[in-house]
Design a protein around this ligand. Structure first.
Ligand code: DGT
Ligand code: CA
Length: 565
């Protein structure tokens, strides 16, 4: 949890510096450090102890000191001083997507807007568009931005939920009274965003469990404490419920609280048809319990094979199960490599060698080193000369590490008209070329669609990265006509990425399922900016499984010789 705390502090610093109009590179440095820190799977305190902070991308001497101060003191003096320089509520206003520091300043100076509540009042009263330099469109954007912000607060990304759940499960497990413990709900279904965490415990001593749970150190507030169910808010504002269930009905409860609600309703209807009654306590025939201890037993009693949690959304899984037509979902062991990884050559924090070692540790056959292209200066994009040097380095490492194929590639920026940031005679030297949009998100749907289609038509582009550009809590997806893009992918043999970064998970499950229906191949990539982040693959796999994808639907389950790059 420390990682998130530090990331939040760095983000706040970036925001205040932004209002103060400081050097954009300095601001970006804090933002980048925040993003990297929150996506490290390990606890940052381990890095402090082992004196490895500088191995994190973007952490130099200065930020190293700051992290140490936060870890040891629990606060950062620099941030406290910065905060004094501006009105408090202005920081919240900056969180509205589409409101930059300049706008925030004008709103404050001309309308006295000091917080979100006032901002909302002013935009709805039409006062903002009357200000010099502001258009009706700005006002509409702010209204939409406030909506995004509110939604972002409502739910968290999957990794945040998983980390929080793991921490509670880890602590509660130590009680000998706990027989079984599993986080259920949307988290168990591996949904990309999660509203709250529902933990189920099987135990004969609920009182002991409730006592422990409600007094754990991460608890900020106990919302309810009952005999078998309690709810708390963590220090990060995450809502966690724990329910204690008897072992005899653990399977029934797990099924019920895993959901989804729609899946449960479907099962209940099926149970009724078969003359049963289904509830969170079990399956009953004329008031006699016939199943309940395990989920497998529950499904079997309903005449169904086991349905994995990722599929339980009432998107045809119950029908498929009845017909024995459930897909054989892709599994972590099927993945043979990661085709989208950054290194220190652009904005990554690990050297190519570190990435290669990590990839070998994961048992991969190949690894694509795809740094940013020249136009993306802020992310350290590579010039043509630097590309040559990078190629040399890859050749050197290829001789040293024979157990893995290191693919020379790039994440090439797609410009505002669909052109690519490197000419064809450079692209043709690469093993893997990924096209990606990093700017012009506000263009019309037609234009954005046309840009992607044009990139697909370039014969060297084999993959489109994070196709809709969404960043959870920060940016809605940009609008594209997915059907048109899918058609273009089919015509040009281009694959679409499932970006495994928890804030992205893009394409999402629903869009991936549509891609599968079209016959478009997907690639599950991590977009790692640090060797450890290759572990994010599991989130992308979860997304693929929720989309019913099988091994054959995914390019990077193919061995190197079969890879159509
Ligand atoms: P979320 O919004 O990310 O927390 O999503 P869930 O699916 O975790 O939803 P939540 O926490 O409201 O409830 C957990 C599970 O409990 C849900 O997936 C299914 C079950 N459940 C909750 N309310 C109902 C209900 O009214 N009917 C049925 N059949 N199941 C319910
Ligand atoms: Ca939930």
């Amino acid at each position: 949890m420390k990682n998130q705390e530090i990331a939040n502090i760095f983000r706040q610093i970036a925001e205040i510096l932004e209002i103060k109009g400081e050097n954009p590179f300095r601001i970006r440095a804090y933002e980048r450090a925040a993003l990297n820190i929150e996506s490290i799977p390990e606890d940052i305190e381990v890095f402090v102890k082992q004196d490895r902070l500088k191995s994190i991308p973007g952490i130099g001497k200065d930020l190293e000191e700051k992290i140490k101060e936060i870890v040891t003191e629990g606060r950062l003096k620099y941030l406290e001083e910065l905060k004094k320089a501006i009105p408090e509520g202005l920081i919240d206003i900056l969180k509205v997507p589409g409101v930059g520091p300049k706008t925030a300043k004008v709103l404050y100076e001309r309308l006295g807007v000091r917080d979100l509540v006032m901002l909302e009042r002013m935009v709805h009263a039409g006062r903002v568009s009357k200000l010099p330099g502001m258009k009706k469109k700005t006002e509409e954007n702010i209204i939409r931005g406030i909506e995004i912000l509110k939604r972002g607060h409502d739910r968290m990304d999957l990794k945040t939920a998983m980390d929080a759940a793991d921490s509670f499960v880890g602590r509660l497990k130590r009680l000998k009274e706990v027989k079984k413990i599993i986080p259920a709900g949307s988290l168990r279904r591996m949904k990309d965003t999660v509203r709250d965490i529902d933990i189920l415990v099987s135990s004969g001593s609920p009182k002991k469990i409730m006592g422990k749970f409600t007094t754990l150190p991460d608890v900020r507030e106990v919302l309810a404490k009952g005999l078998t169910k309690s709810s708390i808010l963590t220090k990060d504002g995450i809502h966690v419920d724990v329910r204690v269930i008897e072992d005899a009905s653990y399977g029934a409860a797990l099924m019920y609280f895993t959901g989804s609600k729609a899946h449960n309703i479907k099962l209940r209807q099926l149970a009724i048809k078969k003359g049963f009654k289904l509830s969170e306590y079990g399956i009953f025939k004329k008031n006699k319990k016939v199943a309940g201890k395990t989920e497998k037993e529950m499904y079997r009693t309903l005449g169904l094979p086991y349905i994995v949690p990722e599929l339980r959304e009432d998107r045809g899984e119950v029908e498929a199960a009845r017909g024995n037509m459930l897909p054989r979902l892709v599994e972590p062991g099927d993945i043979k490599g990661d085709l989208h990884v950054h290194s220190t050559w652009s904005d990554g924090g690990s050297s190519i060698e570190e990435v290669v070692k990590k990839a070998m540790g994961m048992g991969y056959e190949y690894i694509g080193i795809t740094d940013h292209s020249q136009g993306l200066k802020i992310a350290g994009g590579l010039s043509k000369e630097e590309l040559k040097l990078k190629k040399k380095e890859i050749d050197r490492l290829s001789k040293k590490y024979k157990g893995i194929k290191i693919l020379f590639g790039a994440e090439v920026d797609i410009d505002s008209d669909g052109g690519l940031d490197y000419p064809d005679d450079i692209l043709n030297q690469m093993d893997v070329v990924i096209g990606a949009i990093h700017s012009g998100f506000k263009q019309s749907r037609e234009r954005l669609t046309a840009r992607i289609i044009k990139a697909c038509q370039n014969k060297y582009v084999r993959i489109i990265a994070h196709p809709t550009g969404r960043l959870w809590g920060a940016r809605d997806p940009y609008e594209i006509d997915l059907e048109e893009v899918l058609k273009a992918c089919m015509d040009t043999d281009t694959a679409l990425e499932i970006n495994s970064f928890p804030q992205r998970l893009d394409l999402n499950d629903i869009n991936c399922r549509m891609a599968k229906d079209f016959g478009v191949k997907m690639v599950i990539n991590t977009d790692a900016h640090l060797a450890e982040q290759l572990e994010m693959m599991r989130f992308g796999i979860a997304c693929a499984r929720r989309a019913w994808l099988e091994k054959k639907d995914i390019l990077n389950t193919l061995s190197l010789e079969k890879l159509p790059l």
